[in-house]
Design a protein around this ligand. Structure first.
Ligand SMILES: [Fe+2]
Length: 325
């Protein structure tokens, strides 16, 4: 079936799961961007286990419930470089019950990552998705489950995206840039599958749901402010992000490190033409509305940061992100 709807709405999953059941499907192939791959992953769990899975989605993501029947086999083929969905255990579903995005565990079985499939992807989508991969790496570095292994992958993703994203945005048919970005996206998926994402994605999910913002734009706009927040607790890691971006940082003051690295990400986002919240037609008040929604969401992403996060911190991140550039 063709899935033209972004953000994996629950209804699309139910409709496709019924088609799978009616036709006795034992596997599913997902070809497309992040929303399509996440939809395929959710279908694989719902088709053999029924629509109730979606009502109980919070119980599955928190490990309180497991599937009664084995999920359908999945083959995922990404056509964008950013989501990393082909290498992560979770499908991000837009839930009716929870009035927002929430994860459903459904790790894929197989994937084909072929950069030629991303040739011709429009410059704007290339930019959004590339910075989504950057944000996965950035947040994976300071998520509670981060490991030396996921850290290594994350720094490499940041290096690759910083170097190759502007090249691919300027020339959407540059296969060399596409190869490195496809690799980076896949590595970022492995990193955040092993570690995780936190505050940036908690907010991006709410912005996407409430204002229909493409996920990558939200992540791109939030990442600098997330870096400034994180730098207070992890100055050394933040400095290494800067080094991966090719910046020489001489100060040891956490706030200065955070500002320098965040500004470098703002420059990158500007270079690849990420629109600001105000250019997208959103007021400061609208953006700030998502703070409490993210903080109190049943998807525990805010508390996934490896440090303390208050509602005030979350609101400050949104305030700073609104004034990016
Ligand atoms: Fe993401």
């Amino acid at each position: 079936m063709e899935c033209a709807v972004q953000d994996c709405p629950e209804d699309s999953v139910k409709e496709a799961a019924k088609i799978c059941r009616d036709n006795g499907a034992d596997g599913i192939v997902g070809v497309g961007g992040g929303s399509v791959l996440d939809t395929a992953k959710a279908i694989a769990a719902v088709a053999p286990n029924g629509d109730d899975v979606l009502d109980d989605i919070a119980l599955y993501i928190t490990g309180q419930k497991d599937y009664a029947n084995p999920r359908l086999k999945q083959l995922l083929i990404p056509t964008t470089s950013g989501t990393g969905s082909e290498s992560t255990f979770v499908s991000v579903v837009t839930s009716i019950k929870h009035d927002g995005k929430i994860g459903l565990p459904s790790p894929p079985d197989y994937a084909i990552v072929d950069p030629e499939l991303t040739l011709g992807c429009p410059a704007s989508i290339t930019a959004f998705t590339g910075l989504d991969a950057f944000s996965h790496a950035n947040e994976a570095l300071t998520e509670k489950n981060n490991t030396p292994h996921s850290d290594l992958l994350s720094y490499e993703v940041i290096r690759l995206v910083t170097k190759w994203l502007p090249v691919a945005v300027k020339d959407i048919n540059n296969l060399e840039a596409r190869e490195y970005l496809a690799f980076a996206s896949n590595l970022a998926g492995i990193a955040f599958n092993e570690s995780g994402v936190h505050v940036g994605h908690a907010l991006a999910h709410q912005l996407g749901h409430k204002y229909n913002l493409p996920h990558g734009i939200s992540c791109a706009l939030l990442t600098p402010a997330v870096i400034e927040f994180v730098a207070k607790f992890y100055p050394e890691k933040t400095k290494k992000i800067g080094e991966a971006m090719g910046i020489n940082i001489e100060t040891d003051k956490p706030e200065e490190i955070g500002k320098i690295v965040a500004d470098a990400v703002r420059d990158l986002a500007k270079e690849v033409k990420i629109p600001t919240f105000s250019e997208l037609g959103l007021t400061r008040e609208q953006v700030l509305e998502v703070g409490p929604l993210a903080y109190h969401s049943p998807d525990p992403l805010c508390s996934a940061f490896d440090g303390p996060v208050t509602l005030e911190d979350v609101n400050t991140i949104l305030e700073i992100a609104y004034d990016n550039y």
